[in-house]
Design a protein around this ligand. Structure first.
Ligand SMILES: [Zn+2]
Length: 300
C-alpha cells in the first residue's frame, strides 16, 4: 500500500532569534513529519517589513541546523512570493472589497451599537466606500449572518468558529500595503503542497479563517495539529515582546539547554542522559510515533 505523502513546514517570522517557545513549535512540526516518513520545509514569513530584524532569518536557519533539524528542499521567503498573493486576491473578485475605515472608526462604530470595541469589523464598507473615503485595506466578504467553520484538530479535537460573528470580514491586504498573514499562509501552504500544519495553539484562532480562504480559493484542505504554547513565569506566551531569550546563544549546550526541555514540554520522555543530538532525534521520533499510535495525537 502507498503511504500518503506528508509535507509539513515550520514557518517562523524573522523578528528575532528563536526562543524556547518557537523551538517547541519547530520540534513538533519536525517530529510529526519525520514520524510520518514525510518531508519538512522551512518558510520565512517576512511580510511584515516593519517587524523584520536584520539577520534574524539566517540566525534562525543556523539555530535549526545546530539543533540537527535539516529541512528538505530550499528555504522560501514570503517577501519573494508576493505575485502569488496578488493573483489570489484577483481570483477572489468581488468577494474582496476596499475598506476606508481606520482602527479608531471601527472601534467607535461598535461602541455606538452598544457592542464591545473589539477587533470584529462591523461591515461599514461592505456595500461600498462612504463618500470621501479612500481605500485603505482590502477585506474578504463573509457570508451573513453566520458562517460556522468546523474542523478536527489532531491534538485538541473538534473545533468550530462562526467567522461571520466572531471575526467579521477580515483583511487580506493591510492599510500599510503589506499582505495579511492569513492570505499569504493559505496561498503558500497550497502552492507548496503542504498536507499537515503543526504549530502553536496561539494560531488556533486563525485556523477557521484559513480554512474558509482555502474553500473560496478552491484550494485543498490540510490537517491541523496545534500544540500548547510555552508561557513564562507570569503566564504570558513566550515572545520577543515578553522578553523571551534566544535558546541558541552560540556557545550553550543545545541538547541539554534547549532540545531536552522542549521534548519534555511536549511530554516526550526522551532519556535525559542521551549524549548526542542524533540520538535525541531517533528517540524523540520513536516516542512521537508511539504517542500517535496511542491516539494521544490522533491520526486523521
Ligand atoms: Zn471599512
Amino acid at each position: 500500500m502507498h503511504k500518503p505523502i506528508y509535507r509539513g513546514r515550520f514557518a517562523p517570522s524573522p523578528t528575532g532569534p528563536l526562543h524556547q517557545g518557537s523551538l517547541v513549535a519547530a520540534m513538533a512540526s519536525y517530529l510529526d513529519a519525520k514520524a510520518h516518513g514525510g518531508q519538512w520545509f522551512v518558510r520565512i514569513e517576512d511580510l511584515d517589513f516593519d517587524r523584520n530584524a536584520q539577520g534574524a532569518d539566517s540566525h534562525i536557519l543556523h539555530s535549526l541546523q545546530r539543533c540537527g533539524m535539516q529541512w528538505d528542499g530550499d528555504v522560501t521567503w514570503q517577501s519573494q512570493r508576493q505575485s502569488l498573493y496578488q493573483q489570489a486576491i484577483e481570483r477572489l473578485g468581488d468577494q474582496v472589497y476596499p475598506c476606508g475605515c481606520s482602527r479608531k472608526e471601527i472601534a467607535d462604530s461598535r461602541l455606538r451599537r452598544g457592542e464591545p470595541a473589539s477587533q470584529i469589523y462591523p461591515g461599514t464598507c461592505r456595500e461600498g466606500l462612504v463618500a470621501g473615503k479612500v481605500p485603505r485595506a482590502w477585506r474578504l466578504r463573509l457570508p451573513q449572518p453566520h458562517h460556522v467553520v468546523h474542523f478536527e484538530d489532531r491534538y485538541l479535537g473538534p473545533q468550530q468558529q462562526d467567522i461571520s460573528t466572531e471575526v467579521g470580514d477580515f483583511i487580506l491586504k493591510r492599510a500599510d500595503g503589506f499582505w495579511a498573514y492569513q492570505l499569504a499562509v493559505v496561498v503558500d501552504d497550497a502552492e507548496q503542497g503542504m498536507t499537515d500544519i503543526v504549530r502553536g495553539a496561539d494560531l488556533l484562532d486563525s485556523t477557521a479563517r484559513q480554512i474558509y480562504l482555502q474553500q473560496v480559493l478552491g484550494l485543498p484542505r490540510v490537517r491541523y495539529l496545534h500544540v500548547p504554547v510555552v508561557n513564562n513565569a507570569l503566564g504570558e506566551k513566550l515572545s520577543k515582546q515578553t522578553g523571551a531569550l534566544a535558546f541558541d546563544r552560540g556557545d550553550n549546550d543545545l541538547l541539554h539547554d534547549a532540545l531536552l526541555p522542549a521534548a519534555q514540554f511536549l511530554q516526550l520522555p526522551v532519556n535525559p542522559h542521551c549524549t548526542t543530538i542524533s540520538g535525541f532525534w531517533n528517540e524523540a521520533i520513536t516516542l512521537w510515533r508511539q504517542k500517535r499510535l496511542e491516539h494521544a495525537i490522533k491520526i486523521t
